[in-house]
Design a protein around this ligand. Structure first.
Ligand code: PMP
Length: 397
């Protein structure tokens, strides 16, 4: 049966981790992985999460199945984060939410739902993007097209080309957007650009599907929701895939939410019934632990305040490293890297080319993705000087 199967190409990012593990150099540095690390280079459990786990350990009485879409309160709290406490979408019934295993699960269940219900056959995805987007779309049976996103020469958003390309989309096509902290470029639309995008999608009758994997990692919980809330102002129907992997540090608990907004409550009820079938046939019902942690933290004022504080700490550490990196590179004579301070979230397109990235790995044990993406959350006060030295050496070569 299986002898005619070809080996799949290695996942570029996971393959990098394998190579990093095998590297025996003492001062090796991994700027490839997409997880937050503190100034000691550790991915620790947030204090608010530990405290919620203690509460759960004492109070939890059953490991019986959750409802197919997760507990309703979890979905409600997720909608509060997305839309803001006073939004009509929190309790009004037009928005329905479903717990999925991570942001990936939410993207996949959303794509399955679109395909199964014949809502669209084509999804437009930014180029570049988190590479899994293309695979998820294809696995769900959708065709994808790419729209330009990155202006290499100016290190910013290729906004005109993006809109020009999306003008070729057919009415009813889906457009996948990153809500904030675009992976891999770190470049987000400005408020004015979001307004234009939101109105453009509404006029062209395109269906927005928003990947919200980094809420709180850019400028703040509310600030990072600007794009989604602007889409909501002009577009009666859209989908959002939220993830709690990064902002709660719950990577392995697989906690995410698919939210679908419909034009009216009656439609939303029908949508939810079909989303349930998509979940039932893919995973039957969701894992509970991550969902219960998030619900516990967000519903307890003290824990919530602690979470906001810890999230702020992560965000501010990354932003400090951005500033430090660009200053130190300038001082070392590597050139102008100020654009790094304008980018948001965990990642940065460094502008380094494939050969320079290869030289960083070969000569200095610094691992980054071939596209030039570096994980700024992997930089700390102990490794920044050797990173600066290495980048300076490869750009001056
Ligand atoms: N979307 C983007 C843009 C991401 O970067 C990631 C994680 N790297 C995800 C979705 C998936 O997140 P999760 O781990 O919650 O599945």
């Amino acid at each position: 049966f299986f002898d005619r199967i070809d080996a799949a190409p290695a996942d570029p990012i996971l393959g990098l981790n394998e190579a990093f593990k095998k590297d025996t150099r003492a001062n090796k540095t991994n700027l490839g992985v997409g997880v937050y690390q503190n100034n000691e280079g550790k991915t620790v459990i947030l204090d608010c999460v530990k405290e919620a786990e203690k509460i759960l350990l004492e109070k939890e009485e059953t490991k019986s199945y959750l409802p197919i879409t997760g507990l309703p309160e979890f979905g409600r709290l997720a909608r509060e984060l997305i839309f803001g406490k006073d939004s009509e979408f929190v309790d009004g019934g037009k928005a329905v939410s479903c717990h999925c295993p991570g942001g990936t699960g939410a993207l996949r269940i959303g794509a399955d739902f679109i395909h199964q219900q014949n809502i669209a056959s084509t999804i437009w995805i930014s180029d570049p993007t988190w590479a899994n987007h293309y695979q998820i779309a294809t696995s769900a049976g959708l065709k994808f097209e790419r729209y330009p996103y990155y202006d290499r020469a100016n290190h910013n958003l290729a906004f005109d080309r993006m809109i020009e390309t999306l003008s070729q989309a057919k009415e009813g096509d889906v457009v996948l957007l990153h809500a904030c902290c675009h992976n891999p470029t770190g470049i987000d639309p400005t408020h004015e650009q979001w307004e234009i995008i939101a109105k453009f999608l509404a006029e062209k009758k395109l269906l927005p599907f928003i990947d919200f994997a980094y809420q709180g990692f850019g400028h703040g919980i509310e600030e990072d929701a600007f794009g989604v809330r602007t889409i909501a102002k002009y577009n009666p129907e859209f989908l959002i895939a939220s993830s709690f992997s990064k902002n709660f540090g719950l990577y392995s608990e697989r906690s995410g939410v698919l939210t679908v907004v419909s034009a009216d409550v009656e439609t939303a009820v029908k949508v939810m019934s079909q989303v349930k079938i998509a979940v039932r046939t893919a995973i039957s019902n969701p894992p509970a632990h991550g969902e219960k942690i998030v619900t516990t933290v967000l519903s307890d004022p003290t824990l919530r305040a602690k979470w906001e504080d810890e999230l702020k700490g992560m965000r501010e550490r990354i932003s400090k490293m951005r500033v430090l990196l660009s200053h130190k590179l300038k001082d070392a004579g590597a050139g102008d890297f100020d654009f790094i301070t304008e980018q948001n979230g965990m990642f940065s397109f460094s502008g380094l080319d494939k050969d320079q990235i290869e030289a960083l790995k070969r000569d200095f044990g610094i691992y980054a993705v071939a596209s030039g993406r570096i994980c700024v959350a992997g930089i700390n006060s102990n490794n920044i000087d050797s990173i600066v030295e290495a980048i300076t050496a490869v750009v001056k070569k």
